[in-house]
Design a protein around this ligand. Sequence first.
Ligand code: PEP
Length: 252
Amino acid sequence: MRKPVIAGNWKMFKTISESVNTALSLKSLVANANHCEVIIAPVFTSLKAVADRVEGSNIQVAAQDVSDQLKYGAHTGEISAEMLKDAGCSHVIIGHSERRSLYGDIDEFINRKLRAALQFGLTPILCCGETLGERDAGNAEQVVNNQLTADLNGFADEDVAKLIIAYEPVWAIGTGRTATPDQAQQMHGYIRGWLTDKFGTSVSQGLRILYGGSVKPDNIAELMRAEDIDGALVGGASLEAESFAKIVNYNE
Ligand code: PEP
């Protein structure tokens, strides 16, 4: 059985004190959620403060990106996997569509970022997904295939087994337009099949594939009923503790 993961991506929102307040509210609201893993991804400056406050609870902390560089060095603006670990992170989001489209995160970087994260014991949440134009042209699966092929190029089965994958159709991120459970299931099934082909059944059956794209308290339960949807990566609706807690507690 795959334990579901509900992860909140706070993007570039919240000061340190706002992040801590939201995390503390969330901590009590999800204290009894044992059916899933709960992850929040604050901005870099809030990571340590949030990680300290949720230590010992069922909330884990993710960074929203990581450097592809492993060692100390002249890499202005970069933050290494070791530093994220030191700040209390257990996970890191890699290859989010906003990073791919706005900040030049090409698959080659993403491949190296995944390796860096794994080397320092961080669990990557690898994002993939197609744009509306790519879907309308009938290329959605091909796009995801291309992304995963390049991002995981040269990876051993045991490394891929450590990942979480998030399928996030770009047209559903922050738009209020969610993929239907059938659309999401179709792509999740495709990704699981792809993983079976490339890395074998034990990897594909164990790996959690999250759906992301306008997940809200009122659509999470339906999405979670789909066979290959193992959780959600939530943006907007994760910013308020109450609404994110309702998503975490989708089974109530
Ligand atoms: C995201 O940022 O990964 C995301 C899915 O955002 P939203 O839930 O706001 O669509």
